[in-house]
Design a protein around this ligand. Structure first.
Ligand code: ZN
Ligand code: ZN
Length: 209
């Protein structure tokens, strides 16, 4: 699987293109905003986008989802339905954080733990990773050992849990029980900031001591 990060919104969110290098079929994960930049990256990569995937319902990740999906003629897939209240309420998130006005987003398909999304020869496994947001999901590609972790774990940090639906103990449990066991060599792409390996976080992340 190939990937490319497009940094969007004032929150410097890692919108990510994921695609199968053989068929050039792919997905856009978390098109939170700045859509012209996202479209330019898709064109540059020469790939065919089959879906908009969402890790969770925060404005910096989901704010541009419906406009992007409509423009590309594809469905919004994910996150888990426990994030429905966040997605319904995108308008007030936009107001609170100074984003352009946006309507609530209703995904075309909710995701569950164990679901698999196929992009050409790529299979993305869905992991329900609550804590930062109740319906947060992460996408794991086992062959290339790449995890789109969203706002669960960052290089040197973890997701904040002071927003509605956040739960610190649950987030730590998610990281210990579902994320780190994927393996030290797994390369993760977080929702913000630089990528890294899970092994590096296991050994050095101050929140996991
Ligand atoms: Zn978030
Ligand atoms: Zn975020």
């Amino acid at each position: 699987m190939r990937h490319e990060i497009v940094i969007v919104t004032p929150f410097q969110q890692n919108c990510t293109l994921l695609w199968c290098e053989h068929t050039l079929k792919g997905a856009v994960v978390d098109p939170g905003g700045d859509l012209p930049t996202v479209y330019a990256a898709i064109e540059q990569a020469g790939i065919e986008i089959e879906s908009v995937l969402l890790t969770h319902g925060h404005i910096d990740h989901a704010g541009g989802a419906r406009e992007c999906a409509s423009a590309l003629g594809v469905n919004i897939v994910g996150p888990h339905k426990d994030d429905a209240p966040l997605l319904d309420d995108l308008a007030s998130q936009a107001e609170m954080f100074g984003f352009p006005p946006v309507k609530g987003v209703e995904p075309d398909q909710w995701l569950e733990e164990g679901d698999v999304i196929t992009l050409g020869e790529v299979k993305l496994e869905v992991i329900h990773t609550p804590g930062h947001a109740p319906g947060h999901v992460s996408f794991y590609e086992r062959r290339s050992r790449i995890l789109q972790s969203g706002d669960v774990i960052f290089n040197g940090s973890i997701g904040r849990t002071d927003l509605p639906g956040g739960n610190h103990a649950q987030l730590l449990n998610t990281i210990r029980e579902k994320v780190l066991p994927l393996g030290d060599e797994v390369y993760f792409i977080p929702g913000h900031g630089p990528s890294g390996t899970l092994g590096h976080e296991r050994q050095t992340n101050p929140f996991l001591r």
